[in-house]
Design a binder for this molecule. Structure first.
Ligand code: SF4
Length: 351
């Protein structure tokens, strides 16, 4: 397990690396300068279970706003910096818990040194981020195109540059929208990198394709013991990313807790609106993340009761009603329109 041997890095009041639990990150898509909108979005992300948030800091106004935002949220905030080293410095002066830079687009070594000096002064970790879209020309020429080997060489070069400047409070990320290239790059990087890795498939796409690409890419990478924080990148409301990230971690056995909803695919025997009900149940159970149980939403009384009995609690649909089944016992019949509220009530009083 590579992740057990990465360096422990403190980000605000959280720790990553060294085998600590894998944390879920997301990124705001509001204008960071708009404090109210950004705080509101971070609160929604926190409620969904986001553990570290990143916001872009393209202006000095955004750096100042970051300071205000930080006072009103409850999770560490990472400043995302591109091109202008002064934004990195301003973000740290305004309380950023971590900064993310690609030293390759910051400019001269002096500018990178100025950022590193400020990070040292404030004890702020730096995420060195390398992206397939911005791989250096010489590495593209060396390997003939953008490759996993090129990405890894680029990341290790940047890490060495910062280490040579006397700083090792680092996190590393390499991202590609090509899932298999991203997997390969992580397989090459992990044995050579002592720092925690932030893992994500970049520009993964919409909720549909992004979820599939992320589940495959993150699944393969995480299952090899690689990765200390993750982000599922989806085009849309970032809150959607959190449920997907949690589901990926749970499916891999890397996170306990939370309710697992199983539901049947429906068939000609289904006589209730199970598709809507299953969707509503999936949303509703996010309120009960402290419970570690399985909820079954089954469509019929032929196979349903048997399947629902395997779960901690479940319903099996009939005609305009459903059976409520708890710990293997049929409890009672419930009218269809009360199935959701009945399940919610049961979960709220779960012992
Ligand atoms: S549980 Fe019943 S309704 Fe659902 S797929 Fe199976 S047989 Fe069909």
């Amino acid at each position: 397990m590579y992740r057990e041997h990465t360096k422990v890095i403190k980000i605000g009041d959280r720790v990553i690396g060294g085998g600590n639990p894998i944390l879920i990150q997301s990124m705001t898509n509001t204008k960071t300068e708009d404090v109210e909108a950004t705080v509101a979005q971070i609160h929604a992300l926190e409620k969904a279970g986001c553990e570290i948030v990143r916001s872009t800091v393209p202006t000095l106004e955004a750096a100042k706003a970051l300071g205000e935002i930080r006072k009103r949220i409850h999770i560490p905030i990472v400043a995302d910096i591109h091109f202008d080293y002064r934004m990195a410095i301003a973000a740290m002066e305004n309380g950023a818990d971590k900064i993310r830079i690609n030293p390759g687009n910051i400019g001269s070594a002096e500018k990178v040194q100025a950022v590193v000096d400020k990070a040292k002064e404030f004890g702020v970790p730096i995420r060195v981020g390398v992206n397939s879209g911005s791989l250096e020309k010489n590495l593209i020429e060396k390997y003939g195109k953008v490759t996993a080997e090129g990405l890894v060489e680029s990341a290790l070069d940047k890490v060495k540059m910062i280490e040579d400047m006397g700083y090792d409070n680092l996190v590393v990320s390499i991202k590609s929208s090509d899932v298999l290239m991203c997997v390969r790059a992580h397989e090459l990087l992990a044995p050579q990198c002592p720092y925690p890795l932030h893992v994500g498939i970049t520009e993964a796409g919409t909720v549909y394709s992004g979820n599939i690409k992320s589940a495959i890419g993150l699944g393969i990478i995480l299952h090899q013991g690689i990765g200390d924080t993750i982000r599922v990148s989806l085009t849309g409301d970032p809150v959607n990313e959190i449920a997907s990230a949690k589901q990926i971690l749970r499916t891999l056995g890397l996170r306990q807790g939370g309710i697992e909803v199983v539901s049947c695919p429906t068939c000609g025997r289904t006589n209730i609106d199970l598709i809507s009900l299953a969707g509503e149940v999936e949303k509703m159970v996010t309120e009960f993340d402290h419970l570690n149980i399985k909820v079954a939403v089954m469509g019929c009384v032929v196979n349903g009761p048997g399947e629902a009995r395997e779960a901690d609690i479940g319903i099996a649909g009939g005609v305009g009603e459903g059976l409520l089944i708890k710990k293997g016992e049929i409890i009672r019949k419930v009218p269809e329109e009360e199935l959701l509220s009945t399940l919610r009530e049961e979960l709220a009083n779960w012992k």
